[in-house]
Structure formats: C-alpha cells, structure tokens
Design a protein around this ligand. Structure first.
Ligand code: ZN
Ligand code: ZN
Ligand code: FE
Length: 736
C-alpha cells in the first residue's frame, strides 16, 4: 500500500483531464483525488504499488489527445487511512481559473457519432462540442476560460446541457461552449427561400453542385466554397475575389477521397486528422478531374478535411472536393462578422450559410507540410495559435510587433512566448486594422502589460511606428537576426551558432537591403560574417513583383550581357538601365530571394509574378526534386555568384534542359551554405528565412550540412518565413 502525488503540467486544463483521471482511478480501484491548480493538475492517489505503477504510466499514455503533457513529477506522500473513494476536488474560484488558452480543436469521434445519429438529441447539430473538441481561441474574449468570458455568453444552457456541464464524469463537464439545438447557436441559409431549415445542408450542397459560390461562416471567419471540379465556378471565384493564380486550398469530405486525388503518406494522413486539422500540402495525382484553375502549374495541393460539425454535415452531402478559401477580397484579412460579410462578400458569393455565434477573432486555416524532418509551418493560425513556446528561463514582459504587419505579434511572460495568429497578407487598410486589432487583443486576452517593446529596424513599417508610439523602452531587432533568433528561442540555445538567414528582403544595419545572410549569433547578439554578393534592385520594392528587375540588376552588377524575354518596351528598358548606371532608386541587396527571382527570369520562367514566392516555386518545381552538381562560385569575403550566373546563361544558350539547370542552381545554393559554414567553423547551423520554404533548400541544405559534419537546427513549431519574426524579436530583446 502506497500513496503518491503526481503533478502533471502541459495543456491539461479545459480538455477533460480530470474526468479522465477520475475514470482511470475508478477502473483501477484506487482512492484519492484530482485537482486543478495553478501549477497544473495534481493527482493524490493511493493503492497497491503495482496498481499505482499502472496508473502512473496509463495517465500519460492514455491522456486526452489534445492535452500535450509536458512534465510529470511523482513523489511518495503519507498514506491516508480509511479513504474509500476517488473524488474530483473543486478548489476555490481563483484556482479553477484556466490560464492556458487552447487552440480550436477539430470535432472528436464521440461528437461526430452524435451528429450523425438520427436518434441523438444533437443529430445534425452544427455546434456540437465537448471537452475534447470544439471552439476555444475563436470564441474566448478574456481569461479565465469560462462561458461568460466567451462568445457563448449569448446562449443560456438548457437543463439538459446544464446537467452535462455539471456532471464530473460527463464528457461535457465544464465544456464552456456546450450547446444543443434547444439552447445553442443556429444556422441560417440566406439568399435562398427555404421552407424547412432541416434541409439546410442538402440545399447548400445542391447549390454547390450547381456551380454556385457559397460563403460559409466557419470557425475563425467566412470561407468561400465552390465545386473544385467545375472550372467555370473556380474561375469566377478567382475573378470575383481578385486572385489570379495563387493556389486555392481544397476541403474533401474525408480521407478516402483525398487518397483518390492526392498521394498522401501515413504521416500526412495523421496530420490531416489531427486536432489542428490544418491545410496540408500534398502531391496531387495526375488526371484527377480537378478544375485546372484550382492550383495552376503546381504539383502540390493544399488539402484539408472537415474539422467542425458544420463542415462535416455539409461535406457529408457531397461526393466531391470543394475549393475552400478565406472569405475576403484579394489577400485582405478574413471576414468575421455577419455585417462585414454582407458588405464585402456580396459581390463574390451567391449564397450565405451563416449563424448567430459571434467570432471573437479572425483565424485563417493553418498551412503545413510534412517533411521527414518534421512538420513545416507556412501559416500558423487555427488549431495552433495560441499554443505557447516554452522556455527554460523567466522572460521579461515583452511585446514584439513583428516586421511587416502581415506576420503575427508575440508576447512573453513567465517562461513562455505566445504568438498571435497569422494576421493578413497585404498592405491594405484592412490589414492595418487587423494588425491594430491583434496588437490590442492579445495583451488584453492575457491581462498582459509590456515592460519592453521589440520591433524591426525598418522605421517605415506600421508595426515599428506602433512600437514607437507606446513610449516604452524599445529594442529594434534586425530582420535576419530575428529569423535566426526565432529558431534559437525554440531550441533554447544561447551558445554561439551560425545562422543562415535567406529570404526576400529586410533592412540591414548598414542601411542596405539584406536577404542572403550568414550571421554568427550568441544570446541576443550577432555579427554578419558573410553574405551573398550584392546587386542593385531597380525600383526597390517594385522588384518583388517583377523578377525581370532582379535579372537586369544581376546582369548589370556582373557585367554579363544576354537577352531574355523581360517584356519591357525599349523606352522602359532605357529608364531601367539609366537607373542602374546612375544608381537611382536602385538599392543594393544581398537577397537570395531576389537572386532566385533573377535566375528564374533569365531562364524565361517568370518576368512578373502575381503572388509572393511564385517565381521561386516555379524554379523549384522545374528542378523536379533534385539537387545536382554545383556551378562554380567564389568565396572572397562575399559569396560571388558571377561564375554561376555565367555558367547558367551558357547552359541556357546551349539548350541544356531546364530541369538540369534548375537542379544545378539549387545545388549551388546548398554548396554556398556549406562553403561558408566550413570557414566560420561553428558546429551548429540554424536555417531560417522565407527561402527555406523551398523544399530543396530546406531538406537538401540540412542534409548536405549534416553530411559535412554540422548539426543543423530548423524551426519546429514556428514558420520558417516571417511568421517566426516576432518570436525572434522576443528572444533578442529578452537579453537586453
Ligand atoms: Zn467532442
Ligand atoms: Zn441545450
Ligand atoms: Fe523575412
């Protein structure tokens, strides 16, 4: 006979952890208690020592899937005589407060069974949830996570729901969004005359089948849906939304159909079915019957499966995938309120499927990719935000505002950094407003007061200006340093490392435009030890959308001459050449992103892009997944790419296959990393920055560096793109 105390930490609150412990203890005939405390869940448990061992291992192994236990500590405590029962202990209100805010969780199997069971009181009910699943971050207005502090405060629980809510062994015990058709939110199908609301899913499905565009009020905002096989429907969605070629994500009714359209492996399937239920980038199969406009010239598809009862019930009516994209015009932030939806989406959608539960904050669908090195995040939002990043030391109260306002902001306190959801995509007034909302919302949500604010070096960013306006001590962090620091923060690394930070552009400490950087980093400091050779960028930011400008800059800088289908008129070309000669509006850059653009333009792939990263993707796909022998380059202080460029132009003129040139170009970039790493001589190398969204540079670069004897550190939970910047700013500022 023994009594032990197990302290369990992690996301163990608000996920049905105590009922789970209760059931397990009862099953093993053990006595004692379980309680929620500020330090985590504490289980005092007594019984034969063998049964206690079983309990201790099963409590971890069988824990609710979303609980994410981080640590357990077990110690022996004195036996209590005459104890005969196991109880759930209710502490005073302050201790009951749930301080961890969970992300929204995809519908669990139990709830799924209920909504498809015609006999169940929640049959076809689109807002079914329990402690294991349902909305969280998208409905909470303030901690603690109690119903009155969520958007469910507008709905009073009926006696049945209330009973479930108060029963410790019930799956809905303290499930804050608990609801049923009697007392909870309701759907409405607008712009359609509907006699019987029971047919709402059949009716919406029929409209999709007919080629109409449906605006659906999802978890974190409106989504736009149409039949993914119907080229006319997909095209008109593109036209109305103002989105030319950027791939659309798809929602499939289920995994079986995903397998018909895509090549998915076991890990990708697990990701699709995970509680985060993100959009997963997977290889598409040929001749899959999808409309060509879904993802033009792209071997990958962004796919997801239903993750709310609403999506499940609608998709169950369909035997085909639908385009499922953020409800917005162009790349503006996703629309969340019913009024806004009608103002903004009326010209895009034919039909609205809405409901009366407000959305507390916008959350786009997250976008990830499975790689043998772990999950790579492209957009971290629904299902992942606001899971914290844990540190092993106390952090100051820092607010980090990110760089350009499309990336998340972050706050740090105690031993954690919390990142907001992805904010939005372009320099629209709406994106400004979304930034301003989030930068107020996140601190408010956590009752957080910053002592310090961190921002980018660039004085013109709205985020930097916001930081200045706070009248707090301010720390300006160089963009590429922040990229590397984000990975150091994730891995808790303070010792010196070599950071390879490659991306589009960011302001450097010497006022030139950086983007191909090798930074020696230690704690919160860095030194620029090498960089890609600079070239002029005519038109500055305009060059981002026009790879041909990068190409002309590369040619000018290297003194090479060649023709390529740039599409400039002779007059325009003269203006560009003069700008290059005179150095007018042609800042120097070391950007690898622009170098890649320039090479893509010289190879005739892309002269003008219509979404970020398009030309880099085209060049990556051209390489067909291969890295080949590097072209020559020189390392004399800077990385001199002139020999490589000359060789590429030669190969192109000799008619060497594009796939060969592209594979050798990527091979060269990888060898450039290795060459510098060998000279710097740090054992550990961090890769970060938007260029590493490229599979060849990310996986190929890491593999080649490891082969050369280096330990490679990659982001694990944060995006490699600017989605990690604010976490890096926090890390750097925390050393000041
Ligand atoms: Zn559930
Ligand atoms: Zn109810
Ligand atoms: Fe960046």
């Amino acid at each position: 006979m023994k009594r032990i105390r197990i302290t369990i930490r992690g996301a163990v609150q608000g996920v049905g952890f105590r009922p789970f412990v209760y059931r397990l203890a009862k099953e093993l005939a053990l006595t004692g208690s379980v309680a929620n405390t500020a330090r985590g869940v504490i289980v005092d448990i007594q019984g034969p020592s063998e049964a206690l061992d079983t309990f201790a291992s099963r409590v971890v192994e069988e824990a609710p899937p979303v609980s994410g236990i981080t640590t357990t500590v077990t110690r022996e405590i004195p036996i209590i005589r005459n104890e005969s029962d196991f109880i759930i202990q209710f502490s005073d209100d302050s201790e009951e407060k749930t301080v961890t805010i969970l992300p929204d969780l995809a519908t669990c199997p139990d709830c799924l069974r209920e909504i498809f069971d015609p006999e169940d009181r929640r049959a076809e009910y689109a807002f079914t949830n329990c402690t294991n699943c349902g909305p969280r971050f998208s409905i909470i207005n303030h901690i603690p996570y109690d119903r009155p502090n969520t958007e469910m405060r507008h709905f009073d629980m009926c006696p049945d729901c209330s009973q479930e809510y108060h029963e410790p062994v019930n799956r809905r015990f303290h499930a804050q969004p608990n609801a049923c058709p009697v007392c909870g939110p309701h759907l409405s199908l607008e712009n359609v005359s509907l006699t019987q609301l029971e047919q709402v899913f059949q009716c919406a499905a029929q409209l999709l089948r007919e080629g109409q565009i449906l605006a659906l009020k999802g978890l974190g905002g409106y989504q736009l849906l149409c039949d993914a096989r119907n080229e006319d429907a997909v095209r008109s969605l593109r036209e109305r939304k103002g989105r030319e070629e950027k791939p659309f994500a798809l929602m499939f009714p289920g995994l079986t159909m995903v397998r018909r359209f895509c090549q998915v492996n076991g890990e990708e399937e697990t990701l699709l079915l995970s509680f985060a239920a993100p959009i997963v980038l997977v290889k598409k199969t040929d001749d899959n019957g999808l409309a060509p406009s879904v993802a033009p010239d792209n071997p990958y598809l962004g796919v997801m499966v239903p993750y709310t009862p609403l999506h499940h019930l609608l998709m169950a009516q369909l035997d085909f995938p639908v385009v499922c994209t953020s409800g917005n015009f162009h790349d503006e932030p996703i629309t969340t309120s019913n009024e806004e939806a009608h103002a903004k989406l009326d010209l895009i959608a034919d039909v609205f499927l809405s409901h009366n539960r407000p959305i507390a904050r916008h959350l786009d669908d997250s976008v990830v990719r499975y790689t043998p090195r772990g999950i790579q995040y492209f957009r971290r939002a629904r299902g992942y935000a606001p899971f914290p990043l844990h540190h092993n030391r106390d952090m100051p109260n820092i607010l980090a505002v990110g760089a350009h306002f499309k990336n998340p902001i972050a706050i740090s306190f105690e031993k954690q950094t919390i990142l907001s959801q992805h904010i939005g995509d372009l320099s629209t007034p709406e994106a400004h407003r979304a930034f301003e909302r989030v930068v107020v919302d996140l601190p408010h949500l956590y009752d957080f007061e910053p002592d310090l604010v961190a921002c980018d070096l660039h004085p013109d960013f709205l985020s930097s200006q916001y930081a200045e306006s706070l009248n707090l001590p301010i720390i300006k962090v160089q963009h590429h340093h922040a990229h590397i620091a984000a990975v150091m923060a994730e891995h808790g690394i303070e010792e010196p490392i070599l950071g390879i930070s490659w991306d589009g552009t960011g302001l450097g400490t010497d006022q030139t435009v950086w983007g191909g950087e090798f930074l020696w980093c230690e704690q919160g400091r860095f030194e620029r030890v090498a960089h890609v050779g600079t070239f002029p960028l005519v038109g500055g930011d305009a060059a981002t959308q026009e790879p041909r400008r990068s190409a002309l800059g590369l040619l000018y800088q290297s003194g090479l001459e060649t023709d390529f289908p740039h599409g400039f008129t002779p007059e325009e070309l003269v203006v560009v050449q003069q700008a290059l000669v005179k150095g007018i509006n042609a800042p120097l850059t070391s950007s690898v992103g622009r170098l890649v653009d320039g090479v893509a333009a010289l190879l005739g792939l892309r002269q003008i892009t219509n979404f970020e990263g398009q030309s880099a993707m085209t060049l990556e796909f051209a390489a067909r997944g291969k890295l080949k022998q590097a072209y020559p380059f020189e390392l004399n202080g800077d990385l001199n790419w002139r020999p490589m460029l000359r060789a590429i132009i030669n190969d192109r003129d000799r008619g060497v296959a594009l796939s060969e040139i592209a594979a050798r170009f990527h091979g060269t970039l990888v060898e450039m990393m290795v060459a510098v790493a060998k000279i710097v001589g740090c054992d550990q190398v961090v890769l970060s920055g938007g260029c590493f969204q490229n599979r060849l540079l990310y996986e190929g670069g890491a593999a080649r560096l490891e082969q050369a004897g280096f330990t490679v550190l990659l982001p694990r939970k944060l995006p490699v793109n600017d989605g990690g910047i604010s976490a890096g700013q926090v890390w750097v500022a925390s050393f000041q």
